[in-house]
Design a protein around this ligand. Structure first.
Ligand SMILES: [Ca+2]
Ligand SMILES: [Ca+2]
Ligand SMILES: [Ca+2]
Length: 431
């Protein structure tokens, strides 16, 4: 199959007499014949109509890859014939070619039209699960999922992102769907995504920098164990339960007795935080609330906020899948005037979430909006469940000023994140 492209090669840097002569004849046809495409190393035959110019000495062929530029001091072929064959070309690489004519005076024409030889698309190898082992039992509620390294027949392709999907086996509910450009072969499942004594199945697939996509890994299953942290099953870790005197929402009912509210003690006796679901807020149930150990998130000296009450994570079951939930979070200590509503998750790192949060005048509560599968939801999927780790924080001097947007803060975390679960950044993909 011959690809036929009409070319106009215009003289460049010629003497006036030569320009006149070459200008009449440098209208050539450029023909490309890809050959042996099935071999690991390809060759290509290029052909063009010969110039009839009496002063013509020959042709030079130049080659470039992808977004590279031509190096005119280094022709890949030079000769008098109007055809050439180039070999040793990579099977998966795209190449572009131009030809230039030159005459006995040393003048050289401009480029011909450019023609492309496209490489084959190599599909990255299917990932395999390395941990936890298939049918592992009694797992912690925040297991680390691990897969094999990215492989591709195309050595020019590299690992760009990984999509991780975890499904509850009993009813097929997707509980996590994250696509990360930094958690490539290892993902810490965030707190509250998994429930105790439950069977899950998970898969992963890889995106390559060349726009390639692997097959899904074979599904791997595991069963979580009993956490032992919430023996009474009220959704609050037993060692964080508050006493009957605590009434953060000031409704004369002990918070520990309220069905529409969960309340926890935060570490080191700093106070309490409660989350409640106001009527009409789209929340059917607050199924869990726990105070987060900041040391599990990031190196403490790298957290870009002062967090007087730390962070709390809560899980909401919504009235409508994909809906927007409104919750009110109460504090035992008023938020400082400079405080922002701050979130951290393995998806986006540290974020200023104030655009979706309104503090009360007394700074003792904040109303927060979260969308299932959208803004603020750490599980990344419309599944009727919202997972939200958040708290009020004052930016430290090392961090961005409070006016900076969330993207800048995310970027800050990206460059400074140390160990723990920090430093994983996920981009939402619509597929
Ligand atoms: Ca409990
Ligand atoms: Ca109360
Ligand atoms: Ca969700």
């Amino acid at each position: 199959m011959w690809t036929r492209m009409k070319l106009f090669v215009l003289p460049d840097n010629l003497t006036p007499a030569t320009r006149l002569r070459l200008g009449l004849v440098l209208l050539v046809w450029f023909l490309v014949v890809p050959a042996c495409l099935c071999q690991a190393s390809r060759q290509v035959t290029l052909a063009w109509d010969a110039n009839q110019e009496a002063t013509l000495m020959g042709y030079r062929v130049f080659c470039r890859q992808g977004s590279d530029v031509y190096h005119y001091a280094q022709p890949v072929w030079e000769g008098a014939a109007a055809t050439c064959t180039l070999s040793g070309l990579d099977e998966y690489t795209d190449y572009a070619f131009v030809v230039r004519a030159y005459d006995l005076y040393g003048s050289q024409s401009a480029d011909s039209d450019e023609v492309w030889l496209y490489g084959q698309t190599a599909i990255p190898g299917q990932p395999a699960v390395t941990s936890p082992q298939n049918d592992a039992r009694d797992l912690f509620l925040t297991p680390v999922l691990q897969t094999t390294p990215f492989r591709s027949p195309d050595t020019g392709d590299q690992h760009l992102r990984t999509q991780w999907v975890v499904t509850r086996v009993s009813d097929g509910l997707c509980v996590l769907d994250l696509t990360s450009s930094s958690c490539l072969t290892e993902l810490d499942v965030p707190p509250l995504v998994l429930e105790a004594d439950t069977r899950y199945s998970w898969v992963a697939r890889y995106y390559g920098v060349k726009g390639t996509l692997s097959e899904w890994s074979s599904p791997s299953r595991f069963i979580t164990g009993e956490s032992g942290l919430d023996e009474d099953g009220n959704g609050v870790p037993d060692d964080q339960e508050v006493g009957m005197a605590v009434d953060l929402d000031n409704n004369a009912i002990a918070d520990a007795d309220q069905d529409d509210l969960r309340c926890v003690n935060v570490p080191e006796g700093a106070g309490q935080v409660a989350v409640c679901a106001p009527d009409g807020g789209g929340v059917a149930r607050i199924s869990a609330l726990e105070s987060t150990d900041l040391a599990t998130i990031d190196a403490l000296d790298q957290i870009p906020y002062d967090l007087p009450l730390g962070l709390v994570s809560f899980r909401l079951e919504l009235e409508r899948t994909g809906g927007i939930a409104t919750v009110r979070v109460y504090f035992s200590e008023p938020a400082p005037q400079a405080a922002r509503w701050v979130k951290h998750d393995i998806i986006n790192g540290w974020q200023d979430y104030s655009a979706h949060a309104v503090f009360a005048h007394d700074r003792l509560s904040v109303e927060v909006e979260i969308q299932d599968g959208g803004f603020g939801d750490a599980d990344g999927v419309e599944n009727g469940i919202v997972i939200d780790p958040a708290g009020y924080g004052v930016a430290t001097s090392a961090a961005m000023s409070p006016e900076d947007d969330s993207h800048s803060l995310t970027d800050t975390s990206s460059s400074s994140s140390g160990g723990g679960g920090g430093g994983c950044f996920i981009s939402a993909l619509s597929n």
